[in-house]
Design a binder for this molecule. Structure first.
Ligand SMILES: [Zn+2]
Length: 273
């Protein structure tokens, strides 16, 4: 599933190619990917609007419209956005097609259809609960160790807390494993058992891992590709995720895999306490 670095990669590419373009035509090919409003209304309100700034909140892409309102995409498990030229056909599993004034089309493609799109009218962003409930942005300059400590209240495993979008936005299974390894913290530790020096270390690890992953195009485990169809390369730099039995890059002991809250969890039993 695309996490913050993958979504941020796509955001940067959309920001380079879409702002200033008017939407000429909107076609919903699978009604249930449209979360809000109903598919007919979604098609109707978007036609004639001009794409403004492209933002990201957690794992959500937010395309601000110059006339007001926000076009939102969540990629779910297998969703991706593709920009095709006038002559190119739409890939299999295209769910929404937006034709732009320069003839290109922005396509929302999703084979497993856990992805979502929505159009939020001006001033209605806070009424969309999945966005309203999101915790702080880990790469926001205002997000410091104190804010992280607040996110890790309670006795639940620190890994589950890091993946809880209402505590912290953007981390999923891959990056939670990677940041905990970099910080030397065992994923099963209760969040409220971390000392302040450990919180500081974890905070630094979150910033470093996410920044590094964004710069390397994110991680491609199965099918993530960016707007240009290119895979990420950060998976080649994973310390623990997907590396069970292989040597820990820090100490050489084999990486272990376990299940935590139903999710596969990778860690080094020697480096992570
Ligand atoms: Zn190790």
């Amino acid at each position: 599933m695309p996490e913050l670095p993958e979504v941020e990669r796509i955001r940067r590419q959309l920001q380079q190619s879409l702002p200033g373009l008017r939407i000429r035509e909107v076609e919903v090919l699978l009604a249930r990917v449209v979360d809000f409003p109903n598919p007919e209304e979604y098609e109707r309100v978007l036609v004639g609007k001009t794409v403004g700034e492209v933002k990201r909140r957690g794992k959500y892409l937010l395309l601000r419209m110059q006339e007001g309102g926000v076009l939102l995409f969540h990629l779910g498990m297998t969703g991706r956005l593709v920009v095709v030229s006038e002559r190119e056909g739409a890939p299999l599993h295209t769910r929404v097609a937006l034709r732009l004034e320069d003839g290109r089309r922005l396509l929302f493609v999703d084979s497993r259809t856990f992805g979502k799109t929505a159009f939020l009218p001006p001033g209605r962003k806070d009424l969309y609960l999945p966005i309203k409930r999101l915790g702080p942005e880990p790469l926001d300059p205002a997000f410091g160790p104190r804010e992280l400590a607040k996110a890790l209240r309670g006795r639940g495993p620190v890994k589950s807390q890091l993946m809880d979008q209402s505590r912290l936005a953007g981390l999923g299974n891959i990056y939670a494993d990677e940041v905990l390894h970099r910080a030397g913290i065992h994923p099963c530790r209760p969040g409220n058992s971390l000392s302040f020096p450990e919180i500081r270390r974890l905070h630094r690890a979150i910033r470093e891992v996410l920044t590094d992953a964004v710069n390397k195009g994110g991680s491609t485990i199965r099918d993530y590709v960016d707007l240009r169809g290119e895979a990420g390369s950060f998976q080649e730099h994973h310390a623990v995720y997907g590396r069970a039995g292989k040597p820990c890059p820090r100490c050489g002991k084999p990486v272990e895999r376990t299940k935590l809250s139903g999710r596969s969890t990778h860690f080094c039993p020697a480096c992570q306490r």
